[in-house]
Design a protein around this ligand. Sequence first.
Ligand code: FES
Ligand SMILES: [Fe+2]
Length: 411
Amino acid sequence: MITNDTAFRWPDEGLTRVPYSVYQDADIYAAEQARIYRGPVWNFLCLAYELPNVGDYRVTQVGETPVVVTRDHEGGLNAFVNRCAHRGALLCLDQCGNADAITCVYHAWRYTLKGELASVAFHRGVNRKGGMPDGFDKSNHNLETLRVTEFCGLVFGTFDPATPDIEEYLGPEIATRIKRVLGRPLTLLGENTQTLDNNWKLYFENVKDSYHASLLHLFFTTFRINRLGQKGGVIVDDSGGHHVSYSIMDKALDNSSYTDQNIRSADDGVQLSDPSMLDAVDEFGDGVTLQILTVFPGLVVQQIQNAIAVRQVVPTGVTRTLLNWRYVGFDGDDDAMTERRLKQANLVGPAGYVSLEDGAVGGFVQRGIVGGGDAEGVVEMGGDGYESQDFRATETSVRGMWRRYRDLMGF
Ligand code: FES
Ligand SMILES: [Fe+2]
């Protein structure tokens, strides 16, 4: 385990340099589990929509730690580590389900929906032989619980009693923009999971990186969905960890700023034979056609036209990350709107016209930095700070992420 006085030192340039070791070092990865995921952050767990009834449960992860979320008999949400207090077996083996109590398959210890140890099989032994000692107190063997909160249908958990309330954690600008998209009763249209062959931070940076979108993603530029010349900006919260980037589609703007630089992502000669997937409606009434929002350390809320998704970023190893997608609609959507959301959802997900490339590019970085020793990435686009900006040719929110990361990690 690293400590603050080991050889690791952040480069003197500050936020404009990122040492490649932070994506490769097993000691740093282990320290993140303690300092970030068990630290003063709100981790996205699941949607409240997934737990409508008493006894519903859903498994998830906080960092690498397995966690289960339950709906208890009082209607409240609970989260606890999905690990039996006896010998550590995983308790809930299915992704989701419904149960009166949580029973371990190994030796049948049973827990309430709040994670309290309710019974121990053969507690008193058999025929007065065996069993637990007289002093054994069940209440000392409850499951490790997390504090839980709900915001706009998103369920968050934290291990740290010092984590501020969710609205304070998010800050007013981020909270407002989550409400903009998710501030009405939602429904789940579908979900899937993909594995990324890269460190979790490479994906989280990618989502914050408004510079890359129209360059990496041919689809965005070719079909004039998202270009750097469109109106838009980036908002970074005071901590640096959360961000929103937004833009307003401008079909009249041509791609000459790309073609003049010979950038491959702009091909004005290509047409969609069925352009109906880009037929969007302005459901938010503000003209914003793209809003990508992150909540540190693992939540992405996406609005691309009418395609709404909630993404959960889960580290499962130094160079392995799970990306869980949930595609969202809302109560009151008519069939046409549901159809529209589903059609536009082809932009995203593991094989999405746009997101496919985000699933690959983190692996390109991970492979490129092998053998990089003490080398560093350069993050100078748009300045050296992490302030909000009214343009998107910038890496301001990437620098913000490193500000927050370094504060939590003590780097
Ligand atoms: S490990 Fe769960 S009851 Fe023994
Ligand atoms: Fe991207």
